[in-house]
Ligand binder design. Structure first.
Ligand code: SER
Length: 383
């Protein structure tokens, strides 16, 4: 399946189960002082979870542009160095606002992964919350019981508060979660080392793809948890990881989500991407990743600047410039040349980029020029 087909299959699956398909919220958050950028699909629904507003649809699904580069969820330093973290990524999500709960959420995630996407069952592991005494939270027996209907018991693992209790930020909606992990190693490696020992252990081939959160609490400023009037479901699946699993690749960057951008970088710089951990290969990945974050954030109304959200974007852009300047030996503005590829690729799903393509390219180019002038002025390092 192409990445577009994979995205569509997700939305169709939940549409068939009574979900309204809604658009992604902008990546830049303007109306929530606890957040600069959308860091999860559920952000735009915060008021429904907290009971401040009534949801027009009790079931929704979408693909949400997310950015995890600041605050509680920050993956920036991993990006490019590894092959499965991103600054901007798409999160496929389905939600229940006081409607279905653990039974359906678990059943549907299993059905989608194993029957629609046909991921072999013996490559999947799930984790459930083991409870936390200090917080006064019990083990999530209900989730474990639901999973036992579908997956062998020795593939159901317990996880602690860090991995299995999801919170949006320091305050706000939260709850225990159950995660689904896929073991993408080859058969030989799988025989040698039991996959369950690698879950949540930073193994590049044993990765989390989907998190099902059961939102039941509101974390207060004083750290206490207050139960919400209703129980909700908030799921998030990493689209780029899912595509990588389904396309049988070793790295998110080897899928059709990134391959056109990587090819364009090779064409511009005259270098070859060699899939390795070399600085040069990392530079390819950093550029292919960062251009998405930068472009979509500008398209959603946040210009690079010296403060706040604008400064975060400027730093991401400069990180990318440093990589091509230092490791691809490219000394002219490069990022803006990638815009046509990205804009075209996302034209159907996020049309806001193609409709502002020349504006976004101009902003990026000006930023690149200014920063390259600064880099050129630096004295050469001592030899
Ligand atoms: N909010 C959860 C997460 O971001 C699930 O969508 O992982």
């Amino acid at each position: 399946m192409t990445s577009s087909e994979i995205r569509q299959a997700y939305l169709d699956f939940f549409r068939d189960r009574g979900h309204a398909i809604v658009p992604s919220a902008p990546i830049v958050v303007k109306n929530d002082p606890t957040l600069m950028f959308t860091n999860a699909g559920m952000n735009q629904f915060k008021d429904y979870f907290l009971g401040n507003k009534k949801a027009p649809n009790a079931r929704v699904a979408d693909t949400q542009k997310c950015l995890r580069v600041s605050g509680k969820h920050n993956d920036l330093e991993e990006v490019g160095v590894d092959t499965y973290h991103h600054t901007m990524f798409e999160m496929l999500g389905n939600w229940s606002f006081g409607d279905y709960f653990k039974k359906e959420a678990i059943e549907w995630s299993w059905e989608l992964l194993t029957s629609v996407y046909k991921i072999p069952k013996d490559r999947l592991y799930v984790t459930v919350f083991e409870g936390d005494e200090k917080e006064g939270l019990p083990r999530d027996e209900e989730a474990a019981t639901e999973w036992k209907k579908w997956i062998a018991e020795d593939r159901i693992l317990l996880g602690n508060k860090k991995d299995n209790f999801w919170e949006m930020g320091d305050t706000g909606p939260c709850g225990p979660c159950t995660e689904i992990h896929v073991d993408c190693r080859n058969d030989e490696e799988r025989k040698l080392v039991d996959g369950k020992t690698l879950v949540n252990n930073d193994h590049p081939q044993v990765i989390e793809i989907w998190n099902n959160v059961f939102i039941q609490f509101n974390r207060q400023k004083d750290g206490s948890l207050v139960s919400l009037p209703q129980k909700h479901v908030d799921t998030g699946m990493g689209f780029e990881r899912l595509v990588r699993v389904l396309q049988g690749k070793q790295s998110n960057y080897d899928t059709d989500v990134f391959s056109n951008t990587i090819a364009k970088i090779a064409e511009i710089t005259g270098r070859k991407y060699d899939y390795s951990d070399s600085r040069e290969a990392i530079a390819f990945r950093v550029l292919a990743d960062h251009i998405r974050a930068i472009s979509f954030t500008i398209a959603d109304g946040q210009l690079p600047s010296n403060t706040g959200a604008g400064y975060v974007i400027r730093r991401i852009l400069r990180r990318a410039v440093r990589y091509y300047y230092s490791y691809l030996n490219y000394r002219q503005p490069l990022l803006h040349q990638l815009l046509p590829v990205i804009a075209q690729q996302f034209a159907a799903v996020f049309p806001e980029l193609i409709s502002q393509e020349s504006f976004v390219a101009r902003v990026i180019r000006e930023e690149e020029e200014a920063f390259l002038r600064t880099l050129e002025k630096r004295p050469a390092p001592h030899r």
